[in-house]
Structures are given as C-alpha cells and as structure tokens.
Write a protein of this length. Structure first.
Length: 383
C-alpha cells in the first residue's frame, strides 16, 4: 500500500489512504499521499476510484465510487464471492495469472494481473558468488527438503569444483507470526521445529532469520542462487522477485500449482516441474540436487576461465531428463546466454524492469483508464 500509493501520486493522482493511521500521521506525507483513520471515510464524497486491499468486506464502502477494485494478496475463501458481488466490481487486482485461475469461474473475467513490486531504493549489485546459496521464504515452504538435501549439495559441489565450500544462508525463519501459523497448521509442530533447528546446525549453513530490507538486499546481491523446492501454492512471491532483481538465479520446484512457472520463466534452472509432494518423488529430489550442483559448478568454472569443452557446453552430473532417458543435459540457460553470468545479467535486467512499483502503477493507471472509457466513473477526476 505504501509503495503503490507513492507511485500513483507521482502519476498525478490524488491518493487518500484510510487505515489505522495514528494522529501524527494524518494528512499529507512527503510523497503527496494523504493518510486518514478509516472511521473518517465519507461515503457521501466518493472517489473516482476505490481500491479495497485484501478483504472484500471493505468493498461495502465503495457503492458510490466510480471505479471499484478489490486488491487481493492471497486466496481467501471464495464462498462469498457471489455473482452479484463480482458484477458490481470494476476489477480484481491479482498477483499472477495463476492467482486469477483460483478465482470462481464467474469472477475470472474481472481479474487484472498486477504483481507486487520492488522499491528501487533497495536494489543492490554484488558478486553473486556461485558457492553462496540463499533461502528466503517461510520455513514450511520447502526449507525442510533443502536442509535434508544440503549434505549432498555441499559434498557434490566440493567434488565437482575441488576447493569449493558451499554456504547456505537462511532468512525469514521462525518469527512469532510463523510460530502461531505452525501451531495451527503443522502436525506435532514443536517436534517439527526442533527437527528443523537441528538441521539448521549443519556445516555450511548460516541461519539469519528476520532482517531488514537493506540487509536482505545485500545478502541477495552476494548470493549466486536461491533454492526453493516448494509445493506451496504461491499466488505471488516477492522473495523470488527481489532475488532475481539482485542477480540470484532461481533453482526451484517449478511447482505448477503456483505462480512459480510464470514468475521465474526461463530464468529457473530447476529440473522438470514437481507435480506432487517431493517425498513421493525421490527421482525428482535427485534431479533437483543435480541441477543445483551443475549450476554452481558451471558458474565457478566459467568464472575461473576453465570451461570444459563438451558438445553443447555440457557440465554437471547425470540425471533423468524427465523422458526416462538418463543423459548429460546442458543447463537450460536463457536464449542468447552462453554463460551462467550472462543468464544472470539478462535476468536482472528483466526483473528490474518487470517488478518495479512504477510499472505496477502504470498497470493500475491503465485499468483506471479502461473504467473511464467504459463510462463507469466521472471524467475529470484523478483521485
């Protein structure tokens, strides 16, 4: 809300935010955005465009507004998203195409894909060291498999690139809010957390937990790869957006029941998409570990200037390509990229153009203009 409101103000909109603002925050801020307590919202003086954040109940206040948009961040219970409610909306801002596909059928035409964004103030450039890996999401979204596979990754990389010491930095961690979530969703959660804490003590792993934006940006700029073997139905993953913009190449599950395939596109160096739970697909686990080792090894060798000259520049361990035939397969670098570093630079450029909040603001502006063209709101506004 903070960042998109600033960008909309820069586009010339008069932006008012109604929330639990403290008295000292009321009024116009340094970015030209007006903040007020939600109790002061006046339905008799409707705005040209009303955006309700996250909770559909707030749309009850939008009946007299011009353009009426609901901005979703996750997958809420859709039972109350009845046809009448949906028909009264101008649109539903969703984080991804996958997010829109989770809507009830009658609501999908109202979907407007506008992902969350990145503040350029927190973008950093760094070495993106090929032996440094990061994990930056909630602990129950793939960290367990990563920690179980870590000994194979660490030992495999030491063999493939002698002298290399792999390092894994783990962010986000077991915050107070996550512990509450775990107590409600993870069976025998205390034993699970204890097991995870033990796994985090393995050699080569540094547990960082929650850190500020600046610290996280520096960490991403220092890492070569972000490892995310998740089966969580992500609607939009800011972690991967930030990582790619900082040059951290994703090696994920490509889980099709999420936004990952569209979010990481051809930058993802993971193997074939994971369909079910990784525990039921040991072959996939092996493929994923092999890809991690292959990607880091190739990056290291290319940087050292000692590439192995194979037909198609092949490197890394053998693994099943998903067609039942075991062969040495080249890493799926982006079109036009001859090295992992070229792949990384192309990805950074793409992510920094695609995910900035100013780009999201332009998408909102286009959605608002469409409403104006349809005559759903009065002309001459801008609020």
């Amino acid at each position: 809300v903070v960042f998109i409101s600033r960008e909309m103000a820069r586009l010339g909109y008069h932006v008012e935010i109604y929330n639990e603002a403290l008295p000292q925050e009321w009024g116009r801020d340094e970015y030209g955005v007006y903040w007020y307590p939600y109790q002061s919202y006046d339905t008799s003086a409707p705005p040209d465009y009303f955006v309700g954040w996250r909770y559909h109940i707030s749309m009850a206040l939008s009946s007299t507004a011009g353009g009426r948009f609901l901005w979703l961040q996750d997958k809420p219970p859709y039972e109350t998203y009845l046809p009448k409610f949906i028909s009264d909306l101008s649109g539903i801002f969703a984080l991804s195409d996958y997010h829109v596909r989770t809507f009830p059928q009658h609501a999908q035409p109202k979907g407007v894909v506008t992902p969350n964004g990145i503040d350029p103030e927190f973008l950093e450039d760094g070495p993106n060291s090929p032996n440094v890996f990061v994990y930056g999401s909630a602990p129950d979204r793939g960290l367990e498999m990563l920690l179980l596979c870590w000994p194979q990754i660490r030992e495999g990389l030491a063999i493939a690139a002698p002298g290399t010491k792999a390092k894994l930095e783990v962010y986000y961690g077991f915050s107070k809010s996550f512990l509450v979530h775990a107590a409600n969703t993870i069976p025998d959660h205390k034993a699970w957390i204890s097991r995870m804490e033990t796994l985090l003590k393995q050699e080569g792993i540094v547990y960082r937990g929650m850190v500020d934006h600046s610290t996280l940006a520096s960490a991403y700029a220092s890492a070569g790869f972000i490892l995310y073997p998740t089966i969580f139905p992500e609607t939009g993953c800011v972690t991967l957006m930030k990582a790619q913009a900082m040059g951290v190449v994703p090696i994920t599950s490509r889980f099709e029941g999420s936004t990952l395939p569209e979010l990481t596109q051809h930058w993802d160096l993971g193997p074939r998409p994971l369909v079910g739970h990784y525990a039921n697909d040991p072959e996939w686990q092996s493929l994923w570990v092999d890809r991690v080792i292959a990607a880091a090894t190739r990056d290291i060798r290319e940087r050292e200037g000692s590439k192995q000259k194979h037909r198609e520049d092949e490197v890394g361990p053998s693994f099943d390509d998903g067609e039942g035939e075991s062969s040495k397969v080249p890493l799926p670098l982006a079109p036009g990229a001859a090295t992992v570093q070229q792949h990384r630079e192309q990805m950074k450029d793409w992510a920094r153009r695609r995910f900035l909040w100013e780009h999201v603001a332009r998408q909102w502006h286009s959605a608002f203009q469409l409403v104006l063209q349809k005559g759903e709101t009065r002309a001459g506004g801008g609020g």
